[in-house]
Design a protein around this ligand. Structure first.
Ligand SMILES: C[S@@+](CC[C@H](N)C(=O)[O-])C[C@H]1O[C@@H](n2cnc3c(N)ncnc32)[C@H](O)[C@@H]1O
Length: 278
């Protein structure tokens, strides 16, 4: 279960502002594995509403789609209800720390925007991350690739125009987000090799919705980024008030551009790939 977001509540709105992004980068990462993509059995760890599984299903042999939240999984299942490819996907309601698959059963793993939901931090020596990487290494065959989609600390600080409006949430998300250099270290510790990191400068996590700064005052829009669940009520009301005032003075677009200026050079997301050692 996410340690802070109520996905049972936000699952109905999730697809309104989120989409599968970085698919080409994910495919490049998976192709580093020792099986051609078309022959890979893929684990989508923390599949959510199934957007990434949907985007990849026609290109792989099979997908094991796993999520801890029943409502998110329900939306994922609906996406494949009538589809021709339904026989190629299985759903599992489970934690990524206890995956109901035998050892060495998948050829590739994707894990998109999930790790920061673990109850973990540097103060806990990233214990929960270590357990998850060990579990992913257990089910992944030697030579298979893992692709992790996460945000670096710099991307959290500078890649999202509105995060500074909710400083309590920004502080907490950084605490619970394992920065890229530490992810690399933990991957080595879990038996992965040859990690590669790509900061995606032309990809925006919330897609077109991100470019609607007035969205801050809309709870559905806010459901597209779980950082809002970490904001104190005081910070939330202050953020809404700021955006309302900027709208009144017709200066919201300028404000957005000023606070969005670093995104084009640092991006919002980093894709880390690595190979399961023998
Ligand atoms: C931000 S959503 C990402 C969903 C999907 N990967 C995507 O990018 O569209 C995070 C997902 O991780 C799931 N999740 C959080 N902690 C989990 C855990 N310990 N085990 C399995 N799933 C988890 C949540 O239920 C949620 O569906």
């Amino acid at each position: 279960m996410s340690s802070y977001e109520n996905y049972t509540r936000t699952s109905d709105d999730y697809d309104r502002t989120r989409q599968a992004v970085g698919i080409e980068l994910i495919k490049v990462g998976l192709a580093r594995g020792n099986q051609p993509l078309a022959r890979q059995v893929l684990l989508d760890a923390g599949c959510g509403t199934g957007q990434y599984s949907k985007a990849l299903l026609s290109q792989v042999a099979k997908i094991e789609a796993l999520d801890i939240n029943a409502n998110m999984l329900c939306h994922a299942r609906e996406k494949f209800g009538q589809a021709d490819l339904i026989h190629k996907i299985s759903f599992h309601e489970s934690a990524i720390s206890t995956i109901p698959l035998a050892d060495n059963t998948v050829n590739g793993v994707i894990i998109n925007q999930v790790l920061h939901h673990l109850s973990d931090s540097a103060a806990h020596d990233w214990r929960a991350h270590r357990a998850v990487f060990a579990e992913l290494a257990r089910v992944l065959r030697p030579g298979g690739a893992i692709v992790i989609n996460s945000c670096s600390h710099l991307q959290l600080e500078r890649g999202f125009w509105f995060y500074h409006l909710i400083p309590s949430a920004l502080r907490q998300i950084k605490e619970r987000t394992c920065d890229i250099s530490m992810i690399t270290q933990l991957l080595f510790d879990a038996g992965f090799e040859a990690p590669e990191n790509t900061a995606a400068v032309d990809i925006v996590m919330q897609g077109d919705a991100y470019f609607n700064p007035a969205g801050v005052i809309d709870s559905e829009w806010r459901s597209g980024d779980s950082i809002w669940a970490l904001a104190t009520e005081e910070d939330l009301q202050s953020a809404i008030k700021t955006v309302e005032q900027l709208t009144t003075t017709a200066s919201l677009s300028t404000y957005f551009e000023t606070h969005d200026q670093h995104r084009s050079s640092i991006g919002q997301l980093t894709f880390t790939s690595a190979i399961r050692g023998a």
